[in-house]
Design a protein around this ligand. Structure first.
Ligand code: S3P
Length: 751
């Protein structure tokens, strides 16, 4: 059975399926239904002798006739695959021959006109006439062009009304599912509007462009010079003129509406060209490009939807020797998020270099596009953000989907609580389990209105237009996300917002706010700002992410003979716990070329292999290395003696429960460890060449779990199969390739 095809064994089997109109669509339905065993007999009616003969010789139908009177009385399900304007006479001809139990459906690409035709013939829409439209076709027509797979993976829109019997709708659905299609329902008006915009208008434009050029140049010489762009844009102008004439006559009103909108858009562009308005042109083209890229992502199932649709596994292989080279890992995730947020709210244009083109940061970028901000790029880490000012964001069209990104959700919650419009924030399976009350509770104290799902989980529904006031808030946990969320809300709050943290956490928000000209005060553990100011656009150079660099630091630290240099790594003192911890374990790390870039300290880090020893990790280092623990556990397994981590209960509410998930994987790989409430104890195997065995690892939508076990593979005796690693793209696109470039042996399996 072909992929996408539904099983129909358990469905009620139709005795006789009659196709009226033996063309490409009607023929393909009969072929597909026959392959799925949907009916016992296949009948066809067509006035054209050639189509009937073609249908019989291809085995599309068992019996063909020019007369409805001959075949309709016996039919159980009748599919009308005739041009939309022929529906009325065909329905009228069919009416006297229908048996009472028969179900009728159609394939017309405009629905209001068919509904009208049915009402004329029957006075009202009969309960057993269910209108539908398969979104599939080809430039070719005629029964000989029929394809058994034409509908596989395609969408069929049914437009039932309250007159329809549920049983009739169900049968029509089953027919299309048997053909491999996905069936959705829509009302008639919406169907005609959607199709006018996405199908009928582009056809009209293609016909028009080709004809306009042909008129100008009767000998058609001009087409010799036309290349791919012209070909792609005008492909559909080769479609059947008569069919399209009928569609425009049938879907007149919705097409005219779509055409008016389009002409307004063309007028705007014309004015921009006339007046040399470069900003208007680039803003229109960028919006179009990002919409087109989104469409491509939908078609290819890539983009920040990948994680839900593509299966990607890592398989580590024994035999890696040393880790060597000089590399730069992608840009810092935390700083990338903040660059988009502050750049969007600033006055003026912000230029960003080194932006992380990973799914999480892209989710933030898309969110601001959805709120009307013009953002160019990213191209090779460069992004240009045309800020809209503190009051310039627009209400997004629908819920904002944030993929796997907890940082986006928590920081945005603060920013959006202060906007005049309502918003809803949603995420993937991992994000949907993460606690959001840690931001919702203090935001409510500021005056925000936020609803969450059960136990403070996403989605977050934020009611706009609530005035906020500054608060003094003692963070119950060391969290930069919560601190940043409240500072962002504080930008619009009345008075001062003060946040006191129990231990230092990353301070990128504070540093970047200052970079955008906003006054932020720091007194001991308390950071504060006063609402009502403005941000001024700036330039941002994002360092390489120390959290991503850590996977390679540990790789070099555990592989004898390694010598690896990581360039331009952010070594902000609120993020450098991993350097301190690895040094305490005996790792050989050398920092050079230390400098400040755009308010953030950076350095090149050279790591040479040295034997590691187990340590008790100082608790003050925990918030400074919070994202690095999964791979530090791998280092601990390769160290001599016991490593103990405590005071790290926050690890349990990351993208996964990182204590439990890492412990499960370590145990499966033969490493002894004990789970503690707030940490873990790991018995290292020291100099032993092969520390890990072989196992299958489930990474629970957590990028850092996947990458950590990929590093473990370097010291494993067998293969480690790491399942569902597409999520690695959230923070580290190109991870596997880079690992292999420096000496790793990591196979990527895509399904
Ligand atoms: C982040 C803060 C940390 C960190 C996360 C990014 C940020 O989360 O784990 O990856 O960009 O502010 P918490 O604030 O929950 O500790």
């Amino acid at each position: 059975m072909a992929e996408g095809m539904q099983k129909v064994d358990e469905l009620l089997k139709v005795n006789k399926l009659l196709v009226v109109g033996l063309g490409l669509i009607g023929g393909s339905v009969a072929l597909a239904a026959r392959r799925a065993g949907f009916a016992n007999h296949y009948l066809g009616v067509d006035l054209a002798y050639d189509e009937r003969q073609g249908a019989l010789s291809l085995g599309v139908v068992d019996q063909a006739s020019a007369s409805l009177a001959e075949l309709a009385p016996d039919a159980d399900l009748i599919l009308l695959a005739v041009p939309v304007l022929a529906m009325e006479p065909v329905l009228a001809a069919l009416k006297p021959h229908l048996k009472p139990t028969a179900v009728v459906t159609d394939v017309g690409s405009a629905k209001a006109v068919v509904l009208e035709a049915a009402k004329k013939v029957f006075n009202e829409l009969p309960a057993r006439l269910v209108l539908g439209h398969p979104i599939a076709g080809a430039e070719k027509s005629g029964v000989l062009a029929s394809k058994v797979d034409l509908f596989v993976g395609r969408t069929v829109i049914l437009t039932p009304t309250e007159n329809n019997a549920a049983e009739a709708i169900g049968l029509v659905k089953q027919l299309w599912q048997a053909c491999g299609a996905e069936v959705i329902e829509m009302d008639v008006k919406k169907h005609d509007q959607v199709l006018a915009r996405t199908s009928h208008l582009p056809h009209l434009l293609a016909f028009s462009l080709v004809e306009t050029l042909a008129r100008k140049d009767e000998r058609l010489e001009i087409f010799r010079y036309a290349a791919g762009g012209f070909r792609d844009f005008t492909r559909v102008a080769a479609s059947d003129p008569v069919m399209w004439r009928d569609i425009f006559l049938a879907n007149r009103d919705a097409t005219l509406e779509a055409l008016d909108e389009f002409m307004e858009g063309v007028e705007r562009l014309k004015t921009a060209v006339e007046s040399q308005d470069a900003e208007a042109l680039v803003s229109s083209f960028t919006r179009a490009k990002s919409a087109r890229d989104y469409f491509t992502a939908l078609l290819n199932e890539t983009g920040y939807q990948t994680m839900q649709t593509t299966t990607l596994n890592f398989i580590t292989q024994p035999g890696a020797k040393t880790i060597k080279g000089t590399i730069r890992v992608p840009g810092d995730k935390s700083i990338s998020h903040r660059s988009i947020m502050l750049g969007a709210l600033a006055e003026g244009t912000t230029q960003v270099k080194g932006f992380l083109e990973g799914e999480d940061a892209l989710a933030t970028l898309q969110t601001f596009r959805d709120m009307g901000v013009l953002i160019e790029g990213p191209h090779n880490g460069q992004v240009t953000i045309h800020g809209v000012g503190m009051h310039g964001l627009k209400k997004p069209q629908g819920p904002l989907y944030l993929g796997n990104s907890g940082t986006t959700m928590r920081l945005l919650a603060g920013l959006l609580a202060a906007q005049p419009f309502d918003t809803e924030l949603t995420g993937d399976a991992s994000l949907s389990k993460r606690p959001m009350n840690r931001v919702a509770d203090p935001l409510r104290l500021m005056g925000a209105e936020i609803a969450t799902a059960d136990q403070g989980r996403p989605p977050l529904k934020i009611t706009g237009g609530k005035p906020l006031k500054g608060i003094n808030y003692d963070l119950p946990m060391a969290s930069a996300q919560v601190k940043s969320c409240l500072l962002l809300a504080g930008l619009w709050a009345e008075g001062e917002t003060q946040v006191t943290e129990p231990a230092p956490t990353r301070d990128h928000t504070e540093r970047m706010l200052k970079g955008f000209g906003y006054t932020v005060s720091q007194a001991g553990a308390t950071v504060s700002l006063t609402g009502g100011g403005k941000l001024t656009a700036t330039e941002i150079d994002i360092p390489a992410d120390i959290s991503s660099a850590t996977f390679f630091m540990v790789a070099a630290a555990i592989m004898p003979g390694s010598d690896l240099t990581l360039e331009h790594v952010g070594i902000n003192p609120t993020r450098d716990g991993v350097i301190n911890i690895l040094r305490l374990m005996g790792a050989d790390l050398e920092l050079s070329n230390q400098r400040e870039v755009g308010g953030e300290p950076v350095a090149d880090i050279r790591v040479r292999y040295a034997p590691l020893k187990g340590i008790a990790i100082p608790e003050d280092q925990v918030p400074l290395a919070i994202d690095e623990f999964p791979v530090l556990f791998i280092a601990a397994a390769c160290a001599e003696g016991v490593t103990t981590l405590s005071g790290a209960e926050e690890l349990r509410v990351k993208e996964s429960d990182r204590i439990q998930v890492m412990a499960d994987g370590l145990l499966d790989l033969g490493v002894e460890c004990t789970v503690l409430d707030d940490g873990i104890q790991i018995i290292g195997k020291g100099e032993q060449a092969e520390v890990f065995g072989s196992a299958e690892i489930i990474c629970h939508h957590d990028h850092r779990i996947a990458m950590s076990f990929a590093v473990a593979g370097l010291r494993a005796s067998g293969n480690i199969h790491i399942k569902d690693c597409a999520v690695v793209n959230t923070s580290f696109p190109g991870f596997a390739e880079l690992m292999n470039n420096v000496g790793g042996k990591l196979l990527v399996e895509q399904k």
